[in-house]
Write a protein that binds this ligand. Structure first.
Ligand SMILES: Nc1ncnc2c1ncn2[C@@H]1O[C@H](COP(=O)(O)OP(=O)(O)OP(=O)(O)O)[C@@H](O)[C@H]1O
Length: 723
């Protein structure tokens, strides 16, 4: 038998499985380099190779084939050996592939460690990568409408002569007489916008300007100038302010400007009898009109028959006019200064009180008024201002308008009156929900400030500015148990004697952060506590640290001090306590109570202005708008209720360019709020100035007064119980 050209390739011998494949002896001399391949195969691919060989053989025919091989004939072997090269090729290519695959080991992959202990994980969150810090959000857009986001900024140092602002010579003389030569910044900004002319703003104005910056004159002057030639009285301007003191103040300014004109200025406040006020505001007269009189009489008869009869109104007024006449109503004033509550009462109950001729609506201290919105005054007012006049009170023009409303003729009728609204405050807020109730048309926000914001700076937040002539101080008073003694020390040693420069008792300490504040607060307290009160109280070396002033010294002093307490009751109690502990102050201290009559309140403010007494103790009722030019000091005996309240309180001094000081007494619990919200300067701008912290030692404050103070407290307690 000849030797076959190709011999069958046999896989290399493997330890266990190889036995399964019996290879003929001749195959070892095969031209196919089986032994060579065997030597080149890595042990790790041996298994793969074995699998490949196994795969190449159909599994079902493995065993029968072996058995067959033993019993096969020579011809069968020859046939089989002719088929072998083909099979071998297929197997070899599979082997090559397997070898290639086995060669690939990912570079980074760690070799499996089958013996490594298995780590069991609970349902713990998987460790996460560190969050990528987000860049700080720098808003360069505003959610507010453009007029609020981009106000008209006016520098508060801008001072222009009234004559350059187109003020009528008639008023220039008046202003000169009052000592006003130049217009203050807010006046310089508003007068051109309100005067008819090229610079006039044909829309409404919101004005934010510091306390004491002259806003009252800024709105009253252009209104009175516009109405000065008026001969027939007609309600043309309404000025709304929150309190009756402010009504009086605005009335005084308006009346001074109206002297020499025929204009009538009236007021509507709760302290006058309503009926009396009605007669002043509306004048009734009889007009001959038999046809309309007949109609009205018929309606009155119907009412009588139905049994439901009006006790006021036009039908009620019919009885006061001749039978063929009808009642007609004329305004008794050209300018009305009022509180919102009383205005609403007149709108609802005063027959013939109509707003059809109103051209100006001023809302001063607007943020406070809009916050209160009692009796829904803004809605009632806007309805009356923009709504239609009730038919019974329509004049001929309004009747004509109504008749022609749906016809083509309506376009030929004169346009509906336009009301210019002027909304002002030192703390105006960009609150659209509040301002929206005023139905402003083409509004413009004017901000008068020392530091003008950058053009590009868009801010939705509210920022308020204090007068540049104001200096602020703050005194820590521990837990507040002897706060009245701190106040007395401040009054007697600092204000009435003005010994601040050489007094060792006031330790100046400029504080910026609350942390440092509370630290030093506690340290100051602990230092005072560590010194025995009883030993130091009457010791000689303390003598002279606390002043006891005589009435003469106080009366000579030019200071006017306004002390704010949290309520009217606290104001009365503090006045009482002060006069017991320091009797010299009794004649110079008065309380402002809301119960005092209008006349008494006016008298009180007048004698304070004149210097008849020096200290006025008041609640927040006096914090807004009160203009007493000579107030030198404001003391926040009790902490104000908010930032705006602080701004208005301290704004009672340092008015119209005069110097002033504001002092705040703060307890440990109030320190954080005060330093963070008020003193830090985020919302309140003070032109680079800081609130200066002044420390007083407790023993200095209580010197020689502890017993008197305790007796005074007992007396006060007795008085309160007796009440
Ligand atoms: N052109 C002027 N020159 C000098 N003083 C003026 C001028 N205009 C007004 N004043 C004075 O400025 C003071 C403050 O005015 P006004 O009461 O109008 O301030 P304000 O801005 O309304 O303050 P507040 O916000 O506290 O109500 C008043 O005493 C007033 O007489």
């Amino acid at each position: 038998m000849s030797t076959p050209i190709y011999t069958r390739w046999a896989p290399p011998k493997l330890a266990t499985k190889r036995k399964r494949h019996s290879v003929p002896a001749a195959s070892s001399s095969s031209p196919v380099a089986a032994p060579k391949a065997q030597s080149q195969i890595r042990p790790d691919i041996e298994t793969a190779l074995e699998d490949v060989v196994e795969d190449a053989t159909p599994k079902s025919s493995k065993r029968p084939k072996r058995r067959k091989q033993e019993s096969r004939t020579d011809e069968e072997v020859v046939v089989e050996e002719e088929v072998a090269p083909k099979k071998h090729k297929a197997i070899l290519s599979k082997f090559e592939k397997a070898r290639e695959n086995a060669k690939y080991v990912p570079a980074t992959e760690e070799p499996d460690e089958p013996d490594a202990p298995q780590v069991l994980h609970d349902l713990e969150p998987l460790p996460q990568p560190e969050p990528i810090p987000e860049p700080a959000f720098d808003a360069n857009f505003s959610t507010l409408p453009v007029w609020l986001a981009k106000p008209v900024a006016v520098k508060s140092s801008q001072v222009v002569a009234f004559s350059e602002l187109g003020v009528h010579p008639f008023f220039l003389k008046k202003l000169e007489k009052q000592g006003y030569h130049n217009a203050l910044a807010v006046q310089s900004a508003l007068l051109p916008m309100l005067h008819p002319g090229f610079e006039q703003h044909l829309g409404d104005l919101c004005v934010s300007a510091k306390t004491g910056s002259g806003k009252t004159l800024a709105y009253l002057l252009p209104i009175i100038e516009a109405l000065k030639d008026r001969v027939v009285t007609n309600l043309s301007a309404i000025v709304i302010v929150p309190t009756r003191q402010l009504v009086d103040q605005a009335l005084t300014v308006a009346e001074e400007l109206c002297v020499g004109t025929k204009l009538k200025v009236g007021t509507a406040v709760g302290n006058v009898q309503f009926a009396t006020e009605q007669k002043l505001l509306v004048k009734m007269r009889a007009q001959y009109d038999p046809k309309r009189a007949k109609e009205l009489h018929e309606r009155a008869t119907q009412q009588m028959e139905s049994g439901i009869v009006e006790t006021s109104g036009i039908l009620h007024d019919l009885q006061f006019v001749p039978s063929d006449h009808i009642p007609q109503y004329d305004s008794g004033v050209d300018i009305l200064v009022c509180t919102p509550g009383r205005l609403v009462e007149h709108l609802e109950s005063t027959t013939g009180f109509l707003l059809r001729s109103v051209q100006w609506l001023v809302i001063d201290e607007a943020d406070q008024l809009l916050d209160q919105n009692f009796q829904g005054w803004a809605t009632v007012l806007m309805d009356s201002l923009h709504g239609e006049t009730p038919e019974d009170f329509m004049n001929s023009q309004e009747h004509l308008r109504k008749r022609r409303q749906s016809s083509n003729w309506s376009v030929a009728l004169p346009a509906r009156r336009n009301v210019t609204k002027i909304v002002l405050s030192a703390t105006i807020r960009k609150d659209l929900t509040k301002l929206g109730s005023l139905k402003l048309k083409r509004p413009k926000l004017v901000i008068v400030e020392d530091e003008l914001p950058e053009e590009s700076l868009v801010t939705d937040g509210d920022v308020f500015e204090l007068p540049s002539t104001l200096n602020e101080f703050a005194i820590p008073v521990g837990d507040g148990s002897i706060k009245p003694l701190y106040l007395l020390h401040l009054l007697l040693n600092r204000i009435f004697q003005n010994t601040i420069a050489d007094s060792a008792h006031y330790k100046e300490n400029q504080m910026e952060s609350e942390d440092s504040d509370s630290d030093s607060d506690s340290s100051s307290d602990s230092s005072s506590d560590s010194s025995s009160d009883s030993s130091s109280e009457d010791s000689d070396d303390e003598a002279g640290q606390q002043s006891s002033l005589d009435a003469k010294t106080i009366s000579k002093n030019k200071s006017r001090i306004l002390i704010f307490t949290k309520s009217n009751e606290s104001a009365s109690r503090l006045t009482h306590l002060m006069s017991i502990v320091e009797p010299a102050l009794k004649a110079f201290t008065k309380t402002m109570t809301p119960s005092s009559t209008d006349k008494a309140a006016k008298k009180l403010l007048k004698s304070f202005t004149n210097g008849a007494f020096k200290i006025l103790v008041a609640s927040d009722a006096a914090s807004r708008g009160l203009d007493i030019p000579d107030i030198t000091h404001v003391i926040n005996y009790d902490m104000p209720s908010g930032i705006t309240s602080y701004v208005h309180r301290v704004g009672r001094t340092a008015r119209a360019g005069k110097a002033g000081e504001a002092w705040t007494l703060f307890t440990k619990t109030e320190a954080a709020w005060f330093w963070k919200q008020v003193a830090a300067g985020g919302t309140i701008k003070r032109g680079g100035k800081k609130v200066v912290r002044m420390e007083l030692k407790k023993k200095t404050v209580t010197w020689n007064r502890r017993k008197t103070y305790q007796a005074a407290l007992l007396e006060l307690q007795g008085a309160v119980k007796a009440d």
